[in-house]
Design a protein around this ligand. Sequence first.
Ligand SMILES: Nc1ncnc2c1ncn2[C@@H]1O[C@H](COP(=O)(O)OP(=O)(O)OP(=O)(O)O)[C@@H](O)[C@H]1O
Ligand SMILES: [Mg+2]
Length: 466
Amino acid sequence: MSAPRILIVDDEPDMLENCSRILSRQGYACTTAGDGAAALAILERERPDLLLTDFKMPEMDGMALLQRAHEIDPALPVIMFTGFATIESAVAAIKQGAFDYLPKDFSVDQLRVAVERALRHRGLQVENRNLRQQLEQALGLENIVGRSPAMAQVFELVKKAARSEANILVLGESGTGKELIARAIHANSPRASQPFVPVDCASLPEQLLESELFGHEKGAFTGAVRTKPGLVETAHRGTLFLDEIAELPVTLQVKLLRVLQERQIRRVGGTGLMDVDVRVVSATNRDLREAIAKGHFREELYYRINVIAIRLPALSERAGDVRLLAHTFLKRFGQGRVTGMDDAAAEALERYGWPGNVRELQNVIERACALADGPVVTVKDLPDHVLQSPARSTALAPNFLGEGVPPTGTDLTLKAAKDQWLQVLEVSYLRDLLARHDGNVSSAAKAADIDRKTFHRLINKYGLRG
Ligand SMILES: Nc1ncnc2c1ncn2[C@@H]1O[C@H](COP(=O)(O)OP(=O)(O)OP(=O)(O)O)[C@@H](O)[C@H]1O
Ligand SMILES: [Mg+2]
């Protein structure tokens, strides 16, 4: 992990030099500024962990700087240097939110102790915030339900892989729990008390995604009214979760690769480089090797993000887990009103192929809980297609993909038949569109006039390849 960053502000160059020499020797990364305005620019750009400032300066004094600094980063500890005559003002500064003050003729030890104390305080604050987040989101492996041998293997691998610093690629069909696994990796890693920052690579157009990821400087483009740190920066010392990584546009793949190789980042429109230390967990339901072969994914990036691969089995490959998951979801959505399920319903769930995996099961149970008249879910609370599709091999979507026509001569309700026809239409439309755009999701989505995220969901739903 990289050294804490300290910003030192004083109008006397000797003081700046002296202070930064002492602290650099102790392993801190120091930046200096000769006045308040320069200090604010650095604060916005570099997000230091600690600010040391002189009290008396021409133009903006230490008090004014303190206030402005806390507008940028409310948790930033500030230590104020003060001459003997201004001790009272220093006390006032503490009342205003400074963390500590030091006499201008400080000893090396005094400086060291004050800095250590302030940084420890900063560390605890950050840690508290992150721990609180974790508690709220409940992220550990204990939240991932599964007793099948296939899942037991996954849990073992997650525990081992999490301990290492290696970048991890989580693979699996849509709805298999890739995001849950990514969060569990973070929660079980040495970085658990640091931020976990998810980025959905499919959700934004390229330009926006670029500034989301890497941040931008004020004025970098129209609308960039203030400097904004990127998500990669926000994940500093923590975990960056790149969801749907196959959807990352190639130009951004190249930029990301550079950031990971050099461990440094440059904001859009910025000139300076900043150190970043992130562990990357990525997820995709696509075959990245195939994307590489088609020129849609950069091979070097693939090797960088895929040091350890964790493959999540489809729900249909997790013997016994359907029942277990169904009961977990019953508890969650039944709200005490619905508490069980009869045998026929449980058997129907086990027979069904679950092309949408755990997410589909969760939706089915949520719906059933809403529809159930009494405390027990029965088959009439389950959707028709779950009852009618006997097994995964003959499940709806693959059938359609093979033949391009919906089944006829079956006893479907009108609604179920309509749903199926609609799906046939959607599949053939999407497949045609994708082919005409040479598998390029962004341009196909544009032609269809729907956003990339929705488009992406649709091609996932039908297992189409970009
Ligand atoms: N083993 C599990 N135990 C409990 N809940 C699960 C499990 N797996 C998935 N879920 C739940 O199913 C839903 C889908 O999971 P998640 O979002 O992690 O899937 P995903 O693989 O990222 O899907 P997609 O590729 O569509 O983004 C979530 O609400 C998640 O909480
Ligand atoms: Mg996901």
